[in-house]
Design a protein around this ligand. Structure first.
Ligand code: NAD
Length: 326
């Protein structure tokens, strides 16, 4: 069979659309069971996995994320510490906390909760992290390893995107490699922690990967790009950015966005994605909801990276800490 014949031609042909919601909570539960085994294996040799999070200033979504991680760490018996600094804290104050955690053997992974105040330069802060404790792969060394296709850690959010896609492909009986080689993946959003690593993971799967950011919207070209997508990954942080005019029939849509929206009548805040799901669902082959899609898997994947980091740091049994999945 030639390479041309190996692609998944099922992507191209006409087919009745039977849209499916991809259940992130179920995928997260399964992954959590695996992570729990890893945590217990380490505990049996005297190692308690440890996570530390750092937040600077206040942010609704980051605060909600921190609380979820605290609960999940407690559930998995992973040691957890949270450091909060006021929004006025200087870069050196944050660097000092990072250096202190770098030197602490009880901490295997450090998570910097974003957004950070504008006066703190992210690249300089990321470079302060011990690359072995940089479980979100933001240190230049880890960014490079990911770009080379040999990641130490696959960052949790883009890893979860592909974990859900892989699981959906398996559930439909499609061959992953054939699917990705024949697919155009369009990634909306190009942040260092989500969009860019998602591009790298798509390229690693030999897909055609198209990347667009806010300029595609400003220049009125967003739909032109997104309509090419067999797989549309949206991580822009803009509620309802993606509507029916952006989605081709048969596309798989993965919504990464988590946006707090306050109801003007009740004053209550709820979280919504970047995709207007009711408007696009009839077009999609499969789509992830918000909440209940990428988010729950991201939380667990982060804990999975903690287990990898603890194994590598302690020389304990299991994989050497270099990730082979995502
Ligand atoms: P970010 O602000 O760092 O980056 C946003 C990116 O989207 C930028 O590249 C920007 O140019 C682009 N963008 C902004 N407006 C756009 C527009 N109108 N059209 C096209 N592109 C646009 O954000 P981030 O950290 O990448 O997060 C993106 C979203 O994903 C947020 O809602 C965040 O809360 C969410 N998030 C979810 C998870 C999860 O686990 N589900 C994890 C991390 C982030």
């Amino acid at each position: 069979m030639t390479a041309a014949e190996e692609i998944d031609h099922d992507l191209a042909g006409p087919h009745p659309i039977r849209s499916e919601l991809i259940d992130g909570r179920a995928a997260a539960k399964e992954l959590k069971d695996e992570v729990r085994v890893g945590v217990e294996q380490l505990r049996s040799v005297g190692v308690t996995c440890g996570l530390a999070t750092i937040m600077v200033g206040e942010d609704y979504a980051a605060g909600a994320y921190e609380r979820r991680l605290r609960r999940l760490a407690a559930d998995l018996a992973i040691g957890y510490r949270h450091y909060w600094l006021a929004a006025e804290a200087g870069a050196e104050d944050v660097h000092r906390v990072v250096r202190q955690l770098n030197a602490d053997p009880a901490v295997h992974g450090i998570l910097l909760l974003r957004p950070l105040p504008a006066h703190i330069a992210e690249p300089e802060l990321f470079a302060q992290l011990d690359p072995h404790k940089d479980i979100e792969a933001l240190h230049p060394e880890n960014v490079g390893l990911l770009a080379l296709g040999t990641p130490r850690y696959v960052p949790s959010t883009p890893a979860s995107v592909f974990h859900l896609l892989d699981g959906w492909l398996d559930s439909t009986g499609r061959d992953r490699a054939r699917f990705y080689r024949g697919a155009t993946i369009v990634v909306v959003g190009r942040s260092n922690n989500v969009g860019k690593p998602a591009i790298a993971l798509g390229q690693e799967r030999q897909a055609v990967v198209v990347s667009c950011d806010e300029w595609a919207s400003h220049t009125g070209c967003l739909a032109e790009h997104t309509l090419r997508a067999d797989v549309l990954v949206v991580a822009a942080g803009v509620p309802n950015l993606i509507s029916a005019e952006h989605v081709s029939e048969g596309a798989v849509v993965v919504d990464v966005g988590i946006n707090p929206v306050t109801d003007p009548d009740t004053g209550r805040t709820r979280l919504v994605g970047d995709v207007d799901l009711p408007a696009v669902l009839h077009l999609t082959r499969a789509a992830t909801p918000v909440p209940g899609g990428v988010g729950p898997v991201t939380d667990v994947w982060l804990m999975r990276n903690i287990v990898l980091a603890a194994r590598a740091a302690t020389g304990s049994a299991g994989s050497g800490g270099r990730d082979d999945r995502g």
